[in-house]
Each structure stands twice: as structure tokens, then as C-alpha cells.
Design a protein around this ligand. Structure first.
Ligand code: NAP
Length: 290
């Protein structure tokens, strides 16, 4: 196939990170099934081909999102093949289980390299072409953990809070340029996320955290492969998201995320009300008019 030859024949061109399995693979499959073209990436191009097969609509690429040069190269290859990128899905990521104090500096740094700096590398590489066309949609896969942090997942949730903060700003900066930005917030979905294949578990265990983070360590084992969320349905929801002319800033997915949002809002409202007087006491006194 010649460069750009297929540009107009596909309704949408997607670039998806972490598309070898789990949520990324499901989104890629759904996009291909509806006739779109997909640049599917993960740390190994072979794992993409094994999962998604081969077709004119698919460009499998090796992209470790922690490597900014690789991100630029992948975007260049995507534009060379398809001429444009309509939808970027920043999906590559993994979890870190352990109390905040149990996680080592290296574990924290590695997690941020993938979940936050990796997302930024790919976003910076993709945006110039979207800005040039005044069109596109950046979808950042956040989490229920980007809404409310929890014992045992503090460092992971902090990366998803970063994703939320970046997406909220991107939404404000890109909307005037005709580009959408959405944070998708999945609850617990049945993928390898909680499996030893993906989840990083801090080997340092401190007895003092047994009743908090320790309980979550046990719970994660039980929840693994029993999560309520269906990744196929998640992918269908993402297809509806990109089809909307007015996509939201945030899209929570799963009844567990909906419940978490309700609880978080109720908690913040109650706590803010209890401390309102002190909170309102720190402005300079308003000067009386002369
Ligand atoms: P998964 O089944 O473990 O898949 C993770 C994907 O990320 C794999 O394709 C993996 O590909 C890729 N990946 C990991 N590190 C990478 C790197 N440095 N560079 C490029 N690709 C990398 O997990 P998942 O559940 O699909 O998770 C996908 C996203 O959803 C993550 O951001 C996760 O935080 C988020 N999420 C998941 C859930 C859930 O319950 N499943 C809930 C909320 C949010 P390779 O190993 O082939 O490189």
C-alpha cells in the first residue's frame, strides 16, 4: 500500500497505546470491526499481530511509551501510512499495589514513566498534526482511582489524578482548536490488570499497614478475574464516545465508578461544609469604599 493511499477510505484513524491485550486490544478490535483503521502499539509489535492479526486497516508498531523518540517515530509512521490521526487513545499503563510508604523510589518513578510521562510523550507527538487539521480527539484512560484514591493503591491513583489534571487542562486548551479531550474512568474491568502479568506489587511489606493496604493486597487477589466490568462493553462505549459531536470531559464507565463518584462528591460536600468558616477566613479583609 502506498503512503496516504488509504487516508480517505477509512472513516476514522486511531492510534492506541497498550493495544496488545486488555482494554487497548478491545478498543482496537471494536474500531477495526466498524471499518476504521488502527495504529495499534505496545512494547512488542509481534504481540499486536498475534492478538489483532494482519490487515490493510491495521498498522502494528512497537512503542514503549516511556521512550519519547519511539513515540515520535510511531506517530511519524502512522501519518506516513494513513495521512492523519483522528483519535489518540492513551491507554498503556499498569498498577502498583502497596502502601505509599512501602513503594520504593524506583517503583514510583517507573510507574510515573509509563502512566504519566509516557502519556505526555505520545500526546506531544500527536498534537501537532491534530492542531494542523483543527480536528481530533485525545482519549486518556484514567480510572475510578483518578476520582478517589485508596489505601494500597495510593501511588497508582496519584498517576491517574495526574491524568485527570492533564486532561482537564487539555480540554480547555484544545477545545478552541477544534480538538476534543476526554478522560475515560473505568472501574474494575476484567483484564490482566490485577494479574501478575501486569500488576506490580511492592515487595516491601510493613506490618503497620496490614489493616489498610494489607487488606487491599488480599482483596486484589480475590477481585482478579472477577471484576464486574466487561472490556468488550467498555470498547463499545468508547465507539459511542468518539461518535458524539459533543463528547464529555470525563466518561465514567461501570457502576462501581458511578458509586465512587457519588460517594466522593458527598464526602467533599460534607467536609467542606464542616470547615467552611475557617476556609473562608483567609482572604484579605475587603476594604470599605472611601
Ligand atoms: P492490561 O491487560 O495489563 O494491559 C496493559 C497494556 O498496557 C498492555 O497492552 C501492555 O502492553 C501495555 N503497556 C504496559 N506498559 C507499557 C509501556 N511502557 N509502553 C507501552 N505499552 C505498555 O491492563 P488494562 O486493564 O487493559 O489497562 C489498560 C489501561 O486501563 C491502564 O492505563 C490502566 O491503568 C487502565 N485501567 C484499567 C482498569 C481495569 O480494571 N482493568 C481500571 C481502570 C483503569 P505490552 O506489555 O505488550 O507492552
Amino acid at each position: 500500500m502506498t503512503a496516504h493511499a488509504s487516508s480517505s477510505s477509512f472513516p476514522r484513524i486511531w492510534l492506541i497505546t497498550g493495544a496488545s491485550r486488555g482494554i487497548g486490544a478491545r478498543i482496537a478490535e471494536a474500531a477495526l470491526a466498524q471499518g476504521d483503521a488502527v495504529v495499534a502499539t505496545s512494547r512488542s509489535a509481534e504481540s499486536i499481530t498475534r492478538r489483532l492479526g494482519a490487515s490493510d486497516a491495521l498498522l502494528p508498531l512497537a512503542l514503549d511509551v516511556t521512550d519519547e523518540a519511539q513515540a515520535r517515530h510511531a506517530v511519524g509512521a502512522a501519518l506516513e501510512r494513513f495521512g492523519r490521526i483522528d483519535v489518540l487513545v492513551n491507554n498503556a499503563g499498569y498498577g502498583l499495589l502497596g502502601a505509599v510508604e512501602e513503594a520504593t523510589a524506583d517503583e514510583v518513578r517507573s510507574l510515573y514513566e509509563t502512566n504519566v510521562f509516557g502519556l505526555l510523550h505520545v500526546t506531544r507527538a500527536v498534537l501537532p498534526a491534530m492542531r494542523a487539521r483543527r480536528a481530533g480527539h485525545v482519549i486518556n484512560i484514567s480510572s475510578l482511582g483518578g476520582v478517589r484514591s485508596a489505601a494500597g493503591f495510593g501511588v497508582y491513583c496519584s498517576t491517574k489524578f495526574a491524568v485527570e489534571g492533564l486532561t482537564e487542562a487539555l480540554h480547555a486548551e484544545l477545545a478552541p482548536l477544534g480538538i476534543h479531550a476526554t478522560a475515560v474512568e473505568p472501574g474494575y474491568f476484567r483484564t490482566e490488570f490485577l494479574d501478575t502479568a501486569s500488576l506490580s506489587v511492592s515487595p516491601r511489606v510493613l506490618d503497620d499497614y496490614a489493616p489498610s493496604a494489607g487488606v487491599i493486597r488480599e482483596a486484589a487477589r480475590r477481585i482478579n478475574l472477577n471484576q464486574p466490568g466487561d472490556p468488550v462493553r467498555l470498547a463499545q462505549a468508547v465507539m459511542q464516545l468518539v461518535a458524539s459531536p459533543t463528547p464529555p470531559l470525563r466518561l465514567p464507565l461501570g457502576t462501581d465508578t458511578l458509586q465512587t463518584i457519588a460517594e466522593k462528591h458527598a464526602f467533599v460536600e460534607k467536609e467542606t461544609a464542616a470547615w467552611r468558616e475557617l476556609a473562608a477566613s483567609t482572604d484579605f479583609p475587603v476594604q470599605a469604599a472611601a
